[in-house]
Write a protein that binds this ligand. Structure first.
Ligand code: FAD
Length: 286
């Protein structure tokens, strides 16, 4: 498999696994559609707190082995023991999935203070170090980064110092939280570089195709929404078709601007909508 973290530029997608077991056929068919767009890789999210981890592995395996597109499996450690993580990483590797996005994950609501305090991996960087130390595993690890800082961090400066720990632990690539204001991302890149972070950073772009997304996914991400986007939502929220078109157009403009400024890695949060991904891909691929 080509090393997805070595490429000078990339256009990649994120998908999430189906919520129910009976929905795998539909999930495979949407993956087939995404596969036709020939992304450089497809990443697969992991259920909060480790729920449904087998679904992530099954979807990643389909991408890797049936579509022959490199898969990047997300893996969170907040609710897992070292042994669980070792087993999951080995099981992924056995299925040919060797690229992992190593994340801490958010604390599950039902996790007690005691459980949280005694977790095996306090932070993603600790899991990265552990995954890199597994004998013969040959895993390639990516980490997450936050252009507007992670919600728990006191400052971007402090968050960047923690981000550097991911690089030192052996991460080879970073994928950013979604953002809607490119200036925020450019400032983040400058400050990360000043801190000595040299890893490639893929820009996380989420097309807003329904007004509801702002109240759900986006507010969970903690990303700020610029006036241009709120105005657009206010204008088109009663017209789903126009909203979709305007949201795709916004994402395309964001990506074209990023490319014009030398950002060469773009990660699209597809929200499992292959048609949206197809329209954006067609508009931004040069
Ligand atoms: P960490 O890197 O551990 O950072 C968490 C916080 O701890 C930050 O504030 C950081 O500054 C701080 N910190 C880090 N190291 C230290 C240290 N040594 N000492 C003190 N503080 C420290 N969640 C899911 O459940 N499933 C997914 O599939 C998923 N995919 C994601 C994909 C991307 C691209 C992104 C950006 C996020 C994703 N998330 C996912 C959400 C993620 O799990 C949460 O944002 C989580 O709260 C932080 O994960 P992390 O790996 O960034 O954690």
């Amino acid at each position: 498999m080509s090393d997805i973290f070595e490429q000078p530029s990339s256009l990649s997608f994120e998908v999430f696994p189906p919520k129910k077991d009976g929905e795998f056929e539909a999930a495979f068919s949407l993956l087939d559609e995404l596969g036709e767009l020939k992304p450089d890789f497809i990443s697969v999210t992991y259920g909060a707190g480790g729920s449904h981890s087998k679904k992530t592995a099954d979807i990643a395996s389909y991408i890797q082995n049936r579509l022959h597109i490199p898969a990047l499996a997300h893996l969170t450690c907040v609710g897992s023991k070292k042994e669980d993580i070792r087993r999951e990483a080995e099981s992924l590797r056995e299925q040919g999935v060797t690229h992992i996005l190593a994340l801490r994950g958010d604390r599950p609501k039902d996790m007690s203070d005691e459980q949280f305090a005694s977790r095996d991996f306090a932070h993603a960087s600790h899991m990265i170090r552990y995954l890199k130390s597994l004998p013969g595993a040959g895993l390639q690890i990516a980490g997450a980064c936050y252009p507007e800082k992670h919600y728990e961090a006191e400052s971007l400066e402090q968050d960047l110092a923690r981000l550097k720990e991911k690089q030192e632990a052996g991460a080879r690539y970073l994928i950013s939280q979604l953002f809607f204001d490119n200036r925020v991302f450019y400032r983040f890149l400058d400050r990360a570089a000043a801190k000595g972070i040299t890893l490639p950073v893929s820009a996380g772009i989420m097309p807003i195709t329904t007004a509801r997304q702002i109240g759900t996914t986006v507010s969970l991400s903690g990303s700020s929404v610029p006036k241009e986007l709120t105005d657009l939502i206010a204008r088109y929220c009663d017209s789903p078709q126009d909203m979709r078109k305007a949201g795709i157009d916004y994402a395309v403009r964001q990506i074209l601007d990023l490319k014009s400024q030398g950002v060469s890695h773009i990660h699209i949060y597809t929200m499992n909508r292959p048609k949206t991904a197809a329209e954006i891909t067609a508009a931004v691929r040069s």
